[in-house]
Design a protein around this ligand. Structure first.
Ligand SMILES: [Zn+2]
Length: 377
């Protein structure tokens, strides 16, 4: 009898606990709605026409990119819990930098830049669809595509300042930034493969494959990102196809199927990611501290010959980034505190973000000092 009684107590307790969690939950501010945000970037625009193609049409790359982008967005936004945003919806030209900043600000889960290809010279023999993810490429043809898409930077005023010395003619100079997108490479390749498969099967296009090259706009986004080349406007037949209603429709349909498939596989991960972040925020509020009043601790993340803006999107979302120049090398730091326990927590956070070799440095009156000496105090 006593046994039954204790089981009853346990059941009652369980019920009570469940009931109380429910009450606690409803007492909290409403949980964010599960939402998957897709940023669609119609390439070029305004005075930047993109490739003019064979010249037989009034429309250029920017027009086709916009038509397909808007049609894709319209279809995607009908999916439950999917939010679509665009870098442009009209014939305007946001700079590449503005596009990247916008995308990061809106915390998009996926970035798709839509373009049309051009073959250099007057042969007009190349045709087919290809999708790029960010990476280094020694392949000459891939480099040419990246150069052409990056070259719009030249049209902007102060491009040297905005792009921090990046040379559009040398996509290899993106090397230091490529590391920052690496985290998303697998997912970028995944969506790129879905897109290429759809182009082949649904749209019956020549599949030129998933490729890697140094695109500036892809290097600056902080989420899985791809750049789609729908087809060659320098190829007469393909140009006709991409200018036709039917062509645009079938390319839109293909992109839609691919993105839909990707979303269905990643909706869960997006939610988990949010949950993890919430837990992380709660745990970092531990009150333990060990303060050295005249010492400043920082976490050194990286050293590079490149000057990179100290923005969170350049450092896997980490805030409070500082930069120091010594000789020809720039050092990048995360955090700044006199609390050694706090800097240890920040170091762990940086490690979780992928800066596995980061370490703590100490400063006294602005001069670097040995960490072990400081800790002996
Ligand atoms: Zn383009």
């Amino acid at each position: 009898m006593q046994k039954y009684f204790s089981i009853f107590i346990i059941l009652l307790t369980v019920h009570f606990l469940t009931a109380s969690t429910e009450t606690i939950e409803t007492g909290l501010p409403k949980k964010k709605k599960k939402e998957f945000v897709v940023m669609i970037d119609p390439g070029h625009g305004g005075s930047d026409t993109g490739t003019p193609g064979t010249g037989r049409y009034k429309t250029t790359e920017k027009d086709i990119a916009l038509d397909v982008s808007l049609a894709l967005g319209k279809k995607l936004s009908q999916l439950p819990n999917v939010k679509v945003i665009y870098t442009r919806t009209k014939d305007t030209y946001p700079t590449l930098n503005e596009r990247a900043v916008m995308t990061n600000k809106k915390k998009a889960d996926l970035f798709i830049s839509i373009h049309c290809n051009a073959q250099p010279g007057s042969k007009g023999t190349a045709y087919g669809s290809e999708t790029f993810v960010l990476g280094l490429s020694k392949n000459k043809t891939n480099l040419e595509v990246a150069k052409r898409e990056n070259s719009v930077i030249y049209l902007e005023d102060n491009y040297e300042e905005t792009y921090e010395g990046f040379d559009p003619n040398s996509p290899e100079s993106l090397i230091s930034l490529i590391i920052l997108q690496e985290e998303y490479l697998n997912q970028s390749i995944e969506i790129a493969s879905y897109i290429q498969n759809e182009f082949k099967v649904t749209a019956k296009r020549k599949d030129r494959g998933v490729k890697q090259a140094g695109f500036w706009v892809l290097s600056k986004t902080y989420m899985p990102s791809v750049l789609v080349e729908l087809g060659f406007l320098t190829h007469k037949k393909e140009e006709d196809f991409l200018n036709s209603k039917k062509g645009k429709k079938v390319m839109t349909e293909s992109l839609y199927n691919a993105v839909k498939k990707y979303i269905s596989r990643h909706m869960e991960t997006v939610d988990n990611h949010q949950d993890v972040q919430i837990v992380e925020e709660e745990t970092t509020e531990k009150p333990t501290s060990r303060v050295f009043p005249d010492v400043t601790f920082k976490v050194q993340l990286a050293a590079s010959s490149k000057k990179i803006a100290t923005k969170a999107y350049n450092f896997k979302g980490l805030q409070q980034i500082s930069r120091e120049k010594s000789g020809s090398i720039y050092r990048y730091f995360y955090g700044e505190t006199s609390d050694y326990e706090e800097i240890k927590r920040l170091k762990e956070k940086a490690k979780q973000k992928g800066y596995t070799t980061c370490y703590i440095v100490a400063y006294k009156k602005g001069k670097k000092v040995s960490l072990s000496e400081v800790l002996k105090q």
